[in-house]
Every structure is written in C-alpha cells, then in structure tokens.
Design a protein around this ligand. Structure first.
Ligand code: ZN
Length: 134
C-alpha cells in the first residue's frame, strides 16, 4: 500500500524529524512485518536516518554541507539559484527503507527518520511511503 506525508518547512535549510508520522502510517497500514520505503518527491530535498536528540547535530550536518557545497557558485543558479540544493539532494539521496517488525518501524535506539530541506521554506513537501508486507 501507499500513503503520503505532507510537511511545510520554515527555513532554506532545515532538518525535520518525521519519525512519528512514519510510525503512524505504518500502524495504520496493519502490516506486521515487512519494509517501508520512504521517498522524497523533490529534487532539492533528501531523507536520512540519524540521531535527533542533540540539536547541534542538525547544525553540524547542515554546516558540513554548506562548507562542501556552497550556495551561489553553480551554473544552474542562473535558472533558479538553487544549484547547491540539487547537488545536496543528489548526494544525500531521495529514498530509504526501514524494516517493519510487530506493526512498527524497527529503528535503533538513537535512530530517527529525518527530512532534509535544502531549498525552503516550502509548503507541501511530499514524502511518499510504500509499505510492503513480507
Ligand atoms: Zn533548480
């Protein structure tokens, strides 16, 4: 089955923890064991699994990418000034899979599912979930 999560972002670059939204959708699906694919339907955003307990880690992650992939130096910027966002999206990736066990996503203690905004703020960022039973 498929379902989707819509989120709005407030900053140009921002990490948004969507773990609870994914948990709710998996519970609603009724799937006991299987896989949940999480797919970001945008070319200037990405999805990761990481710790989200210490907010400094989000700042570090965004800071790391800003240093390595700076804004305003790309050929694509003549079109819509977001060449860096497209490169970050491609490097980080637009989908991942998590295991489902006992009708819940089976993450490690410190793991969270985190949406990465690289060209916000945006309304209605769409994350498509494909939930497959084994
Ligand atoms: Zn663009």
């Amino acid at each position: 089955m498929q379902d989707k999560i819509l989120i709005s972002t407030k900053k140009r670059e921002e990490l948004v923890d969507i773990t609870k939204d994914v948990e709710e959708k998996v519970k609603k699906s009724g799937v006991k064991e299987g896989i949940c694919n999480i797919f970001v339907r945008h070319s200037s955003a990405a999805i990761i699994i990481n710790e989200n307990y210490d907010p400094n880690l989000s700042d570090d992650f965004i800071g790391f990418l800003r240093k390595r992939i700076p804004q305003g130096i790309w050929k694509h910027d003549v079109i819509d000034s977001n060449g860096d966002a497209h490169i970050k999206s491609s490097m980080i990736g637009s989908s991942l899979c998590v295991p489902i066990t006992n009708n819940d996503i089976n993450l490690g203690r410190w793991q969270r599912i985190v949406f990465c905004e690289f060209d916000g703020p945006r309304a209605n960022r769409e994350i498509l979930l494909t939930i497959i039973s084994d």
